[in-house]
Design a protein around this ligand. Structure first.
Ligand code: A2P
Length: 279
């Protein structure tokens, strides 16, 4: 599998396995073993997914060298602030049964509408990530669900620029403003729900393009992310779909079709917007 290179030269496998809502131990174990067997090395989790301990156990026993794995986790909203973030990181490390993470993210920005001190809160959380990075316990740090108005004040006080921003991104919800801002600032964009949680599968324009290339809509969505320089994190528990979601090397979407897909404004986001929702 190819890699993206982050600004600090850390190499990150260009497709990651999403694990949101995968909480049952057997399912987590079977999914991970199937994915590793197929060649996945990049696993995306978060403390709020409640599966870190199952992932840790499965990875410990899978026979794959830790150094060849890329593991991401995220600090949840109830642990914002310096010391709570450090504690949350230590718990993730412990549950994942490892002594370092490859990437650690702030899961959601503090809501602009809920907190008067949202910018300070994001900065405090960020300074904890910076210190974890400097200590060598995490190889790269970043944010998730940050929009430009969250990133701008953070960049002003950051000693280290976020290397990643993980956002909802699929042909139905393209977030061009955030993507462009990240690209201008050398922040790699990762796509959560690159298949729109399955909502992309019934969209006629996507079905038509998939038929043209003789691939599935899932493969079009994943390839579309990659050709736009965005790292997809598709989620599946089914071996045949896991296989399909990385089997995307034998076709290239033409510039014309990329332009067409990029011009679609399908308006089908998950409805989870930073600032409006602070879980
Ligand atoms: P399942 O786990 O049963 O395979 P997203 O990554 O956008 O959040 O989408 C995840 C959803 O899409 C899950 O419901 C997953 O179900 C389904 N899914 C993942 N890959 C495929 C695929 N290649 N074909 C059809 N459905 C898929």
């Amino acid at each position: 599998m190819d890699n993206f290179i982050l600004t600090n030269n850390v190499s990150i496998p260009c497709i990651g396995l999403g694990t949101w809502e995968n909480r049952d131990e057997n399912t987590v174990t079977n999914t991970l073993l199937a994915a590793l067997n197929l060649g996945y090395r990049h696993i995306d989790t978060a403390s709020v997914y409640s599966n870190e301990m199952f992932i840790g156990k499965a990875l410990k026993n899978c026979g794959v060298d830790r150094k060849s794995l890329f593991i991401t986790s995220k600090v949840w909203n109830n642990n914002r602030g310096y010391s709570k973030t450090i504690k949350s990181f230590e718990k993730s490390l412990n549950d994942l049964q490892t002594d370092y993470l490859d990437l650690f993210l702030i899961h959601w920005p503090a809501s602009v509408t809920k907190y008067d001190n949202w910018a300070e809160l994001n900065a405090e959380t960020w300074h904890a990530l910076e210190d974890l990075y400097k200590s060598g316990k995490v190889k790269a740090i970043g944010v998730s669900n940050f929009w430009q108005h969250h990133l701008e004040p953070l960049l002003k006080v950051a000693n280290i620029c976020p290397m990643v921003n993980q956002i909802e991104y699929h042909p139905g919800y393209q977030q061009q403003n955030v993507v462009n801002f990240c690209k201008q600032n050398n922040i790699l964009v990762e796509a959560w729900s690159p298949l729109g949680r399955g909502k992309m599968f019934n969209i006629p324009e996507l079905i038509q393009i998939a038929e043209k290339y003789r691939v599935t809509v899932a493969q079009i969505c994943i390839k579309w992310c990659l050709q736009n320089g965005v790292l997809p994190l598709p989620k599946s528990t089914k071996p045949e779909r896991l296989q399909q979601n990385i089997d995307i090397d034998n076709f290239t979407i033409s510039d014309e079709d990329m332009n067409y897909l990029n011009s679609l404004d399908l308006g089908s986001s998950s409805g989870q917007y930073p600032d409006e929702v602070d879980f």
